[in-house]
Write a protein that binds this ligand. Sequence first.
Ligand SMILES: NC(=O)c1ccc[n+]([C@@H]2O[C@H](COP(=O)([O-])OP(=O)(O)OC[C@H]3O[C@@H](n4cnc5c(N)ncnc54)[C@H](OP(=O)(O)O)[C@@H]3O)[C@@H](O)[C@H]2O)c1
Length: 307
Amino acid sequence: MKAVICTQYGSPDVLELAELDKPTPKDNEICIKIHASAVTASDVRVRALRFPFFIRTMIRLVMGMTKPRNPVLGLVLAGEVESVGAAVTKFKPGDQVCGMTGPELGCYAEYRCLSEKACLVKKAENVSYTDAAVAVYGGLLAGHCLKKANIQEGQNILVYGASGAIGTAAVQLAKHFGATVTGVCSGANMGLVKSLGADDVIDYTADDTVPEGAQYDLIFDAVGKDKSSALKVQSKTALKETGKYISVDDGMLKSEIDVLELINRLLADKKYTPVIDRVYTLDQIVEAHHYVDQGHKKGNVLLAVQN
Ligand SMILES: NC(=O)c1ccc[n+]([C@@H]2O[C@H](COP(=O)([O-])OP(=O)(O)OC[C@H]3O[C@@H](n4cnc5c(N)ncnc54)[C@H](OP(=O)(O)O)[C@@H]3O)[C@@H](O)[C@H]2O)c1
């Protein structure tokens, strides 16, 4: 099968298209023919080993010292179950699924075997593989953070970095939970964020402060600690006394099956719109990583695996 391998940690040029053996499912696994994956901020960080020193050391120990032990990156997939192991009961050949792997990654490939207990669901047939693949990453991570923050109907929420993969998901999920949402992004992305349902949008490149008198129950930093602005710093003073500040960089994010089921339902009901910025194929992976490395994608970058 065709797959992209990461030959060492480093710049996008360490990625190469290769021919690998097609995997065979173990008794408890399903083999998925991958139609679509995504090039995520997490993938580029792992490739470049771009983490604070302590986490970098942990990742080397867990994933491999000089290069990933499993050389195939890629966290999310959507595809069709091609075969199943003898003990599998949850899925059958022909099922269309989407989900996220654990730290073993492996979705930049034509096939991936995963335990039937992995974070996977049957996708609705009215949802394309491309929409399902990209919805998984932002949806799972934003959903996890909003759940952790115990988001409640009627709350006033600020999503900082509302135009990225996690931000575009956070705006839509927060609206689904009944919050009033202010999205923060640059001027060029204001229309996009508004179209996703944000009640108000602030341009962090033009404004240094949130509107006078604004008070938030929750500020969700959806772009992480490396990306900041005067407005991000000032916004913390607009938290209510009981308000919470939560960042995507607060610890390791979890993928939770109940959140994936929610995303899947919202996609099927057309109540969640995955944002796709650019589409690349496996043989364009170096270019795709260069683009995502810049940190300015709008929503998601799709990796089309079956053309
Ligand atoms: N801790 C964990 O386990 C974990 C897991 C996954 C992801 N993460 C982190 O979560 C972060 C977000 O991921 P993502 O995929 O959503 O990112 P992303 O899609 O790469 O974010 C890009 C977006 O960020 C916006 N942006 C860039 N600089 C900004 C700034 N200073 N202020 C506000 N917005 C800014 C860009 O808009 P403009 O072009 O308009 O600026 C662009 O739309 C990543 O840094 C990732 O490493 C952490």
